[in-house]
Write a protein that binds this ligand. Structure first.
Ligand code: G6P
Length: 368
């Protein structure tokens, strides 16, 4: 069937705005709404209960979803999750988990390197779990278990709604693993489920920052480099924010762990270099803000993406602020994706690039 842009100028914008629905579709199948508990079946119990460690493999944006999940699996389930880029993993003769699964994250389910990495795991007897958006894809067919995302067809080459759907399903998996491993008390489970169920509404709220984001985006069109910084679970979001900007606006962007600032990227800081800092209030907030002070002292222009508590604590230490709703350690990284997508989109529109079909990029990379 024909997929239309409707009222939107681009598929990318339509897909960004579809996220309340695509997230609800991706989360609800894995929740028992009556009891507010997780409902993934016994797949998770079997795969994660006795796992020594797990691996998650993907390319591009899907890799950053896996990278975010590393923090959730470690913190919630106390399970070490090694993440790797498929093209590295497949040629490395990697040491596989002894009793844990390998997860493969892919929108299309056809990415050549991810498929090859899956085959390597299969040949070596490691159970493969596919987190895919296309259930009839090669990766889905060859995996031992499928935990689909239901983002719906994604037309824009730069991934948006598929990314947040991947995050939500990986969160469900991490919470199930936590439960199976005895690290999630019943009260905590209900809390986590409530937080997942609130995501669609909170994404709607995050989308309301659009006008402010567009105004900031219009000040970035002449920038040569843009830096994205985050710590902990927001580090992968910094990487994804930089990837998104680079893909659609062709501006050089780099994502960095905020703690690495001193080990290189600070050399790029001069007057007016834009630095996007993703820092909702958490245990690492003050550390990130002290990085902000360092770069501002060198004349950088700081664009802070944060929740109400973080914005309040930052005071006047940022040049621009992009507000996002409050949440917890699972929902906040998902919510942070929204302003990053809108920022990239509006910079691209202001520059007049081909937003839905950026030069040289393909939606699905089925050859090496
Ligand atoms: C291409 C697309 C990206 C995507 C990556 C992985 O590079 O342009 O948007 O993240 O492939 O694709 P997959 O279908 O495996 O998620």
């Amino acid at each position: 069937s024909l997929i239309e842009r409707g009222e939107y100028d681009h598929f990318m914008l339509k897909e960004i705005h579809e996220q309340p629905e695509s997230l609800a579709r991706s989360i609800l199948p894995y929740i028992d709404q009556a009891t507010q508990t997780l409902n993934l079946g016994d797949v998770a119990d079997k795969m994660f209960a006795g796992a020594d460690r797990a691996v998650a493999i993907a390319c591009g944006t899907a890799y950053y979803a896996a990278h975010t999940a590393k923090y959730w699996f470690e913190q919630k389930a106390r399970l070490a999750l090694e993440t790797d880029i498929a093209s590295e993993f497949r040629y490395r003769n990697p040491v596989l988990p002894q009793t844990g699964p390998a997860m493969f994250v892919s929108q299309s389910g056809e990415t050549a390197d991810t498929l090859a990495a899956l085959r390597y795991c299969r040949q070596n007897g490691t159970p493969a779990v596919a987190i895919v958006n296309v259930p009839e894809s090669s990766i889905a067919r060859e995996a031992a278990a499928i935990v689909p995302t239901h983002a719906g067809p994604e037309i824009g080459v730069a991934s948006t709604k598929a990314f947040t759907a991947q995050l939500s399903v990986l969160a469900v998996l991490a919470l199930n693993a936590a439960k199976a491993r005895g690290h999630l008390l019943p009260g905590e489970e209900v809390q986590a489920v409530k937080s997942l169920l609130a995501l669609p509404r909170k994404v709607t709220e995050a989308l309301e920052a659009q006008d402010g984001i567009r105004a900031i985006a219009e000040t970035l069109t002449q920038s040569r480099d843009v830096l994205f910084l985050g710590r902990g679970r927001y580090f992968p979001l910094a990487l994804e924010g930089a990837l998104k900007l680079k893909e659609v606006s062709y501006i050089h962007a780099e994502g960095y762990a905020a703690g690495e600032l001193k080990h290189g990227p600070i050399a790029l800081i001069e007057k007016d270099v834009p630095v996007v800092v993703i820092a909702p209030m958490d245990e690492l907030f003050e550390k990130t803000i002290s990085n902000v002070e360092e770069i501002r002292a060198r004349g950088a222009r700081v664009i802070l993406i944060s929740d109400p508590a973080g914005i309040k604590a930052a005071g006047n230490r940022a040049d621009h602020v992009i507000p996002m709703p409050e949440g917890d350690e699972i929902s906040l990284p998902v919510l942070a994706a929204v302003p990053l997508q809108l920022l990239a989109y509006h910079v691209a529109v202001a520059k007049g690039t081909d937003v839905d079909q950026p030069r040289n990029l393909a939606k699905s990379v089925t050859v090496e």
